[in-house]
Design a protein around this ligand. Structure first.
Ligand code: PLP
Length: 423
């Protein structure tokens, strides 16, 4: 049974949503750059630093408590992604994790091997692979984007795959135009030629439940600060691959999973904060009638998290038609990507647009003056913005909805952009 989505009770969990700037309430439409955090996340950080703050594996009670918090953070993150706790590693952010682990994967590759990257991805899932190719003499194959709706070109993918393909790096969703890629299909095609699949789920993670098995991922990376948690990165990989991965590590460090993937000391307080975020999401799942059980306990946690993310996705989808139609009615405004409201299941609620006669940064600044936070530029979707021919003109304005945004905020945005367009 599902219950109506009560956005006001959601918002009550996020203290920062009450902020005002220049006397106006702040409208956070900058989620793709980083989301706001619930009180439970703040409690987790504060609780850790006030009561469990030590290094790991010490022979005293506080260190044992700290170890238990970190183990629980791995277990909860595994439940969030549909994996096992020992397959999960934390790091500074998705980019650092991708650079570090791609180097380890690269130790198994050599000249003649091929890797596939796409022109839709954030550069986090392109540049590390290009650097690796340069260092190891690998060949890079590109998957192109169909510019009319900013979806990956399946024929281009088919051409890119071959008997020498060793790895396909693909995003689950575009952080620029919101396109959700058919990753399960892409993974099946990659596996059919014997390649591994690296999925960048950074943009997707706040908008949908993730199931690494269903996606057919071999490795997946995301960033808790984009899904209501602290600034940190989160990685998952298939156990058999991770056990064999020749990771870069210091000799005295524990060589078992997941420790062998986590170089140096982690941001322990961030992991404690993330546990709080998951507890909030479990509350959301339970409030949506999704799954029984007590938030903060292992039993049924995956079900509560999936229910939360399903509810978030469905609620966000209800805001997309008014956003797309409202923006689409503004003279001179052009949304790139999927605009057909019958196809909203193929996209996240992240909408990028240009406005004729107005530089994207000027639009974003004018919105900022009205208390509305958006982004402008290329947001590191480097190849896409160039393929669209927008690099020289400042890229696009990007609006990103999260499940704490309201229909009223969508109206505010559309009204503000309409005023800016007239000015
Ligand atoms: C799709 C996508 N991938 C990767 C990243 C990089 O994430 P991080 O800042 O955790 O390195 C971002 C950040 O905007 C992103 O949107």
């Amino acid at each position: 049974m599902t219950t109506a989505f009560d956005v006001e009770s959601v918002r009550a969990h996020f203290p920062s949503l009450g902020r005002r700037v220049g006397g106006r309430p702040v409208v956070y439409l900058d989620g793709p750059g980083g989301t706001q955090v619930p009180e439970a996340c703040l409690d987790g950080i504060r609780g850790y630093l006030t009561s469990s703050n030590t290094n790991t594996h010490g022979a005293f009670a506080i260190s044992e408590e700290s170890d238990a918090v970190l183990a629980e953070a791995h277990a909860a993150a595994a439940d969030f992604l549909g994996g096992s706790p020992d397959e999960v590693a934390f790091g500074a952010n998705a980019t650092s994790l991708t650079f570090a682990l791609s180097r380890a994967i690269g130790r198994t590759l050599g000249p003649g091997d091929e890797i596939v990257v796409t022109r839709l991805d954030h550069d986090c899932n392109v540049a590390p692979w290009l650097a690796l190719a340069e260092d190891r003499g690998l060949t890079v194959r590109w998957v192109d984007v169909r510019l009319d709706d900013c979806t990956l070109d399946p024929e281009s993918l088919e051409r890119a795959l071959g008997p020498r393909t060793r790895l396909v790096a693909v995003g689950l969703a575009s952080n620029a135009v919101g396109t959700i890629n058919p990753v399960a299909q892409i993974a099946a095609a990659a596996h059919a030629v014997g390649a591994q699949v690296w999925v960048d789920a950074v943009h997707a993670a706040p908008h949908m439940p993730i199931d690494v098995a269903r996606l057919g991922a071999d490795y997946l990376v995301c960033s808790p600060y984009k899904f209501f948690g602290p600034h940190m990165g989160l990685f998952w990989g298939r156990r058999a691959l991770l056990e064999a991965l020749p990771v870069y590590r210091v000799r005295p460090a524990d060589d078992t999973l997941p420790s062998r993937l986590e170089t140096g000391t982690q941001a322990h307080e961030a992991q404690a904060g993330l546990l709080g975020t998951f507890r909030y999401l479990e509350w959301l799942g339970v409030s949506q009638g999704g799954a029984a059980g007590e938030p903060g306990t292992r039993d049924g946690r995956r079900g509560r998290l999936v229910a939360a993310m399903t509810a978030a996705r469905n609620y966000e989808r209800s805001l997309l038609p008014p956003l797309l139609e409202g923006l689409g009615a503004i003279p001179g405004l052009r949304v790139r990507g999927i605009t057909d409201v019958l196809r909203i299941e193929e996209r996240c609620p992240t909408v990028a647009f240009t406005l004729e006669g107005h530089h994207p940064q000027a639009v974003s600044r004018a919105l900022g003056e009205r208390g509305i936070c958006t982004w402008d530029g290329d947001y590191y979707a480097y190849e896409l913005i160039r393929a669209l021919g927008l690099a020289e003109s400042g890229g696009m304005v990007r609006v990103g909805l999260a499940h704490y945004n309201t229909a009223g905020e969508v109206d505010d945005l559309v009204r503000a952009v309409t005023e800016i367009a007239r000015a």
